[in-house]
Structure formats: structure tokens, C-alpha cells
Write a protein that binds this ligand. Sequence first.
Ligand code: LHQ
Length: 295
Amino acid sequence: MGSQTGSGRKAGEKQTVTLKRVRKRQGGEILDSPLLTERVGSCVILTMNRSDALNAFTVDMHRALLDALVVAGANPEVRSIILTGAGRGFCAGQDLAEASDPNGPVGSLGEHLEKTYNRLVRTIRRLPVPVIAAVNGVAAGAGANIALACDIVLAGRSAKFIQSFSKISLVPDSGGTWTLPRLVGLQRARALALLGDTLNAEQAQVFGMVWQVTDDDALRDAALAIAERIASLPPEGLKLTKRALDTAMETTFDRQLDIERDLQSLAGQSADNKEAVAAFLEKRPPVFGTQGATR
Ligand code: LHQ
């Protein structure tokens, strides 16, 4: 018997795709939602959907994305989330037209960051399931750093990563000043942040920002293949591994050994761990429970 996905489906089995294209009515005009939500098996695909502006973030898109992440993260049947962009870009960061509108919703940048980008990246890090960024085209400013906040980053060959903040006299945000040096090293992070140079997909992979580069038209399938692999693994261990790797970047070696001990103690109590070890010893495939990680 093959391994089971979180929804009880055999790995590799054809999955049904449902696309929920939410449309909202505003002043008599029907507008596309700034976010498309799609469910493929146990994976939720969230597509930022402002392709005319390279999916730059408005307050509306922030609200929609944050809500969708929270809902997906609370659903035990959801085992992974893919974040991607509609059209030729992943995300061009803050919508600069909205941010510079004196009557717009942005106001003070500090307050705006706290209410939107900081909540978003904190949510991504705290979700119990892996978030996969499928970077299709340009990821600039906050768009780049949101991708880098995800657990696994895939890039289509057209992907570009730009810390574009310095060009508009801003500071890298969305966790970029924390994440980037840890991924690429301080010296490269300094040059990227100060100069705002564009890294293509292959360069970003060499720099350690990207797990896998694919042809653009293979990106979605590559992300779904990873989602399917995640679905075939027991969820509790993945949730605890995500937590362990997050604390590893903030703590000392000694403290991290304590954290590993405590998390391993939790992991070792799970039915999935007992089943996986028994299956290994009995030389048979494991059969995991259908429930997701505890939330
Ligand atoms: C855009 C944008 C955009 C609006 C392309 N806004 N329309 C946080 C707190 C609050 C405030 C400030 O910021 C932050 C965090 C940040 O994210 S700061 C960084 C903000 N982002 C940028 O500075 C990037 C600005 N965009 C660009 O430099 C270029 O568009 C890139 C390099 C991303 C792509 O260049 P191209 O491929 O040549 O495309 P394009 O420039 O022609 O853009 C296509 C369209 O998208 C165009 O509209 P149009 O109507 O002329 O076709 C752009 O105006 C629009 N667009 N980025 N951030």
C-alpha cells in the first residue's frame, strides 16, 4: 500500500482542482478579488491577483491574504499552502500608488507595517503547515521578503528578486533585514539591500534563497509535487520541525539543544512516530492518521 495523504488519498492519485474565484461588487462594477483561493487535495493555493500592478500589495490584498492564511492554518485537512502570483509577476511589494495617496488607507508607514506586513510574515512563520512560495516572475521589495519568509521557495526561470527599498529611500521590511543575512550571509545581504540589484532565479539559488528552479510552465506542478510529498509525511513532526528551525536562528547552540530535546519529546509521543518506526521495522509502508497537525 502506498503512503496516504492527509486527506486519505494515495500519493500520486489524480486530484480534483476547484478554483474559487471570488468576485465582489463595488459601485455597480464587478471586480476580481485581490486573492484567488484554490484547493488541490490537502493543499491550498493562494494566488495574489492584481496582475496589472504585478500583484503589488493594497490593504485589501493584505486583508484577503491574512484571512486566507488563518483559515487554511486552522483547518486540520490542510497540509500545505502555496503562495504565488497571477500573471507575469509574483509581487512588486507595496502598491506605491496606494501608499502615496494622502486620502488612502496607508497613513504612517510604521503603523501600516505593523498592521499588514508584520502580521503577514508572523502568520506565515507561525502556521503549523509548510508554506511554499512559487515565485513566478518579479518579487520586489516586500514581495521578495514575503517569499523569503516562506518555508520552501521555488522559482520559475523568469523569477527576479529585488530589494528595491533603497531606490525609494526605504528600509528593507517584511523581515528582510533578519531573513536575508541568515540566508545569504551579511556581506551579500548588505550589497543586495544597499544597491537593490536584481538577482535572477539561478543567482538566487546559488545564494541560498531558493530551493529549486524550474521552467516557468512547470512551476505550479513542481510546487504541487512538493505539496504532495508533504501530504504523505506525518504532520506533527513537520510542525515541530518548522518551530525548531525558527528558534535555531535566534538562539545559542546550548539553548537549541534544550529546544530539540523538548520538541523531540513531544514528537516521540505522537502516534505517527510510533507507526513510522513500526512500519520501518516491519518493512512495510506506514499508514498515517488522516488528521493534520494539532493547531
Ligand atoms: C506597480 C508597482 C508597485 C504600484 C509595478 N506599486 N504599481 C511597506 C510599507 C509602506 C510603504 C512602502 O513600502 C513598503 C514595502 C515595499 O514593498 S517598498 C517597495 C515597493 N516596490 C517597489 O519599489 C517596486 C516598484 N516596481 C518596480 O520597480 C518595477 O515595477 C519592477 C522592477 C517590480 C518590475 O518592472 P517591469 O517588469 O519593468 O514592470 P513595470 O515597471 O512596467 O510594472 C508593470 C505595471 O505594474 C506598471 O503599471 P502600468 O499601468 O504602467 O502598466 C507599474 O506601474 C505597476 N507596478 N510595481 N509597487
